[in-house]
Design a protein around this ligand. Structure first.
Ligand SMILES: *[C@@H]1O[C@H](CO)[C@@H](O)[C@H](O)[C@H]1NC(C)=O
Ligand SMILES: *[C@@H]1O[C@H](CO)[C@@H](O)[C@H](O)[C@H]1NC(C)=O
Ligand SMILES: *[C@@H]1O[C@H](CO)[C@@H](O)[C@H](O)[C@H]1NC(C)=O
Ligand SMILES: *[C@@H]1O[C@H](CO)[C@@H](O)[C@H](O)[C@H]1NC(C)=O
Ligand SMILES: [Ca+2]
Length: 287
C-alpha cells in the first residue's frame, strides 16, 4: 500500500476508534486484534511522515503546521540522475506559507544569488543548484510533475526598483516532454499589468547550446539563460542578476527581467506548482 492509501486508511481507523470508544464493548478478542493492527498502522504512519510523501500538498494536508523548507520524499521525480535524488529519497523545497501552502518550488532566485544560470541543455534538463538557495528543478522533472496532474503555477517576485512584491498565478501550466523540446503551455494568468509569460506560451525550451527559438541568433546565448524563448522574451527569470557578479555579460539584454508594461529587473523570484485537486483546510483541526 502506498503512503497516500495508508494515511487515508489510518485516518479512517482513528475516526472509527473514537466512535467505537463511545459504543458498547465488542468483545475482548476483537478489541485486542484491533488494537494490535492499529499500533502497526500508526508505526507505518510514522515512517511515512519521514520520507513517504510524494507531494508538498500531502505533507501540508497531514501536518497543517508544516513550515516552508526542504523535505525528503519518495517518488517525486522522474529521472535517476537528478541532483535532487539520492538512492531512496528525493528532496524538494515546499512553500507551506503562500496561499495555504502545499507548493512544490520548481525555480528559485535569491537576491544577489551566485549560482550561474548560464548553463547548457543537459543541466536545464536534469536540474541544478541548491534547494536552500538558487535552483532549477529540471525540465524532465517539471514535465513529469505537470503531466501527472493538472497543476496551477504561481510566480512570486520581488522587484529590484522598488522592492515591491509582484505575483502572477496561472490556471494552466504544462511542460511537454523531451521530444517536443519541453514546449511550454501556459494560460489563465492573473496578476498586475501585462502578462509577461503569454509571450513565451507555446515556445520550445532553448539554451545557449540548443537554439529552438524564433530569433535569428540564439536567445540562450544573447540573454544568458535557459528559457522558453520566443524572439526573445518578456520574462527572463533564469537570466543573470544585474550585479557585478556577472562580469563580461552584456547586461543590456542579459538580465533577470519581468515585463509588466516596462522591463523591470527582478531581485528574487520563485516559481511553484500545486495540483489543482489540492485542498488544504486552514482551520485549526483542534478547534
Ligand atoms: C506540529 O504539530 C505536531 C502535532 O500535531 C507536533 O508534534 C509538532 O511538534 C508540530 N511542529 C511544529 C514545527 O510546530
Ligand atoms: C545586493 O547587492 C547590492 C550591491 O551589490 C546591495 O546594494 C544590495 O543591498 C544587495 N541586496 C541584498 C538583498 O543583499
Ligand atoms: C528539438 O530541438 C532539436 C535541436 O534544435 C531539433 O532538431 C528538433 O527538430 C526539435 N524538435 C521539435 C519537435 O521541434
Ligand atoms: C557561467 O557559465 C558559463 C558557461 O559555462 C560561463 O561562460 C560564464 O563565464 C559563467 N559565468 C560566471 C559569472 O561565472
Ligand atoms: Ca534562434
Amino acid at each position: 500500500m502506498n503512503c497516500r492509501g495508508l494515511l487515508a486508511l489510518s485516518t479512517i481507523i482513528l475516526m472509527y476508534r473514537s466512535v467505537e470508544g463511545t459504543a458498547e464493548p465488542r468483545g475482548q478478542d476483537c478489541a485486542e486484534v484491533f488494537q494490535a493492527q492499529l499500533r502497526r498502522l500508526l508505526a507505518l504512519r510514522k515512517t511515512c511522515n519521514s520520507a513517504g510523501f510524494n507531494d508538498c500538498c500531502q505533507i501540508k494536508q497531514l501536518m497543517p503546521n508544516a513550515t516552508t523548507k526542504v523535505y525528503k520524499m519518495a517518488d517525486l521525480l522522474s529521472v535517476a540522475k537528478s541532483p535532487f535524488r539520492s538512492p531512496s529519497t528525493v528532496a524538494a523545497r515546499c512553500d507551506m506559507d503562500t496561499d495555504s501552502g502545499g507548493w512544490i518550488v520548481i525555480q528559485r532566485r535569491v537576491a544577489n544569488g551566485t549560482v550561474n544560470f548560464t548553463r547548457g541543455w543537459c543541466d536545464y534538463q536534469n536540474g541544478f543548484g541548491d534547494l536552500e538557495g538558487e535552483f532549477w528543478y529540471g525540465l524532465s522533472n517539471i514535465h513529469y510533475l505537470t503531466s501527472q496532474e493538472n497543476v496551477e503555477l504561481r510566480i512570486d517576485m520581488i522587484m529590484e526598483d522598488d522592492g515591491s512584491h509582484l505575483s502572477w498565478t496561472y490556471q494552466t501550466f504544462r511542460v511537454a516532454g523531451a521530444s517536443d523540446n519541453y514546449t511550454l503551455t501556459i494560460g489563465g494568468g492573473q496578476g498586475p499589468g501585462r502578462d509577461a509569460m503569454a509571450y513565451q506560451n507555446q515556445q520550445q525550451f532553448s539554451t545557449y547550446d540548443n537554439d529552438n527559438d524564433n530569433y535569428e541568433y540564439a536567445c540562450g546565448y544573447t540573454h544568458q539563460g535557459g528559457w522558453w524563448y520566443n524572439a526573445c522574451y518578456l520574462a527572463n527569470l533564469n537570466g543573470p542578476h544585474i550585479t557585478p557578479t556577472y562580469p563580461g555579460v552584456n547586461q543590456r539584454f542579459a538580465r533577470l527581467i519581468w515585463n509588466d508594461g516596462t522591463y523591470r529587473d527582478v531581485a528574487s523570484v520563485e516559481m511553484k506548482i500545486r495540483a489543482k485537486q489540492c485542498t488544504i483546510t486552514t482551520d485549526d483541526p483542534s478547534c
